[in-house]
Design a protein around this ligand. Structure first.
Ligand code: TRP
Length: 450
């Protein structure tokens, strides 16, 4: 029988769990990464593969992570340790927890750098440089900003400090209250922006780009990217959601929560795409512009609107907050382990985890300036390498192991009890976690690397 509560605290309701997990899921991955990765991979066909991954692989693994977490009620490393014991499985499954904590550091390190760009853009927008700016001007502002090592490191540091401050204070206190207001606000602002993009004259071009599936444009590498994006955007494969599940009230339904989280996350990503691509086409920008896409298109849009400076500032404030509610979940698995293992305070755990991630992040902070010629993986800067290894390898691998463990090695009584399902529904869930999810991930790996 699982422990009724976690020592780290608990979400005050099922709704709070959904908001916190959605806060983790909705972040830079939706607003910044999804549009540019879709753009680089040709649009429509990429989106279809991405959606298939969300529903066939994402939701089952999301549910698995939550159920493992709620059964173990500890950090992923200790949860896996407990569950392997009670299920009589090999202790090596703890690897899921260890790799997850590592992936958390890797992702947080560059996530903080990009979130720092977003925070800096609150002030760039406020300065008025984008009023009536064209594509060339907006691109130049971005290049100038990311080209300055001092500025990038400064904002990276500020973001990491904020994250540290919030996680140190505890999950239920600041965080629950924050997500409750910010998530709806972000959603509303995205809708305003979609309205603006609809009037840009190029809305249907954007829609066609996102939803017309030309499979010739999609490569094997593109399929891997789509799957990696599905993991990234749902915060899957590294134990973040497992940790959040550890704080979930014991009676809340896991499957319907997981579905809500996936739907909220997917709609935010698609809405972002529907804002960004019409603006790309309306302003003669490249859909495959890469990481700078959001930082160039969105300022142009606001720059040409009356009252745009105000809304633009609001937009980047909200993106920054969306990033913070995600960053917190990247810290939590390692932090919870630290607190359990060393019996120390959250404050100490937060300082250690965030300092390590901050130091690692310097490599990414320098990737757009003094380190832009330094390659870690072939042809990839430090920043690109961190992104590639974590999203395309560690997260899918972690997710595959989580599905395999849940489907084949965890005591199946636990699965039925945690999910509160039986009969046909249970069989369907088992088919997904035993076969569909792991084989899906495996095939993509084989296709890409062999
Ligand atoms: N899902 C977040 C986003 O889309 C990023 C994120 C937060 C994440 N926690 C995670 C990604 C855990 C992978 C694993 O911005």
């Amino acid at each position: 029988m699982s422990a009724p509560e976690s020592v780290h605290g608990m979400w005050s309701s099922r709704l709070m769990f959904i908001l916190a997990a959605s806060g983790s899921a909705v972040g830079l991955g939706n607003i910044w990464r999804f549009p540019y990765v879709a753009g680089e991979n040709g649009g429509g066909a990429f989106v279809i593969v991405y959606l298939a991954c969300i529903f066939l692989i994402g939701i089952p693994i999301l549910s698995s992570e939550i159920l493992l977490g709620r059964e173990g009620r500890q950090s992923p490393i200790h949860t896996m340790k407990t569950l392997t014991k009670t299920s009589g499985a090999n202790g090596a499954w703890q690897f899921i927890g260890w790799m997850g904590a590592l992936a958390g550091f890797v992702i947080l390190s560059y996530y903080s750098v990009v979130a720092g760009w977003a925070m800096a853009y609150v002030f760039e927008m406020g300065s008025g440089v984008f009023v009536n700016a064209d594509g060339a001007t907006a691109s130049q502002v971005f290049a100038d900003f990311t080209g300055s090592p001092g500025k990038v490191v400064l904002w990276h540091s500020i973001f990491m400090l904020l994250t540290m401050f919030i996680v140190a204070r505890g999950i239920t206190e600041g965080l629950e209250r924050t997500v409750k207001y910010l998530m709806p606000a972000l959603f509303a602002l995205l809708l305003v922006l979609v309205g603006y993009a609809m009037n840009s004259g190029h809305f249907m071009e954007g829609v066609a780009f996102l939803f017309s599936f030309d499979f010739d444009k999609l490569t094997g590498a593109g399929v891997l990217m789509a799957m990696g994006q599905a993991f990234f955007t749902l915060s899957l494969g590294m134990g973040a959601i497992m940790t959040y599940g550890a704080y979930m009230p014991k009676d809340a339904s896991i499957l319907s929560s997981a579905t809500s989280i996936a739907l909220i996350d997917t709609s935010m990503a698609l809405l972002s795409g529907l804002v960004i691509f019409p603006l790309v086409f309306a302003n003669g920008l490249e859909s495959s512009a890469g990481p700078g896409l959001m930082f160039v298109t969105i300022p142009i849009a606001f720059g040409s609107m009356s009252g745009g400076t105000f809304f633009g500032v609001m937009f980047f404030v909200l993106v920054s907050f969306a990033a913070i509610t995600s960053a917190i979940s990247l810290v939590e698995p390692a932090l919870a382990w630290f607190v359990e293992k060393l019996n120390t305070s959250r404050r100490n755990g937060a300082i250690v985890v965030c300092t390590i991630a901050w130091a690692l992040g310097l490599g990414s902070a320098f990737s757009t300036n003094i380190g832009s010629e330094l390659y870690l993986l072939p042809g990839m800067t430090f920043f690109d390498s961190m992104d590639y290894v974590s999203n395309n390898i560690m997260l899918p691998l972690g997710g595959m192991l989580i599905a395999l463990f849940t489907g084949w090695f965890l005591s199946q009584d636990i699965v039925a009890r945690q999910l509160q399902i039986s009969g046909g529904k249970l069989i369907m869930f088992k088919v997904l976690v035993r076969f569909v999810a792991p084989i899906g991930v495996g095939l993509v790996f084989i296709n890409t690397f062999i």
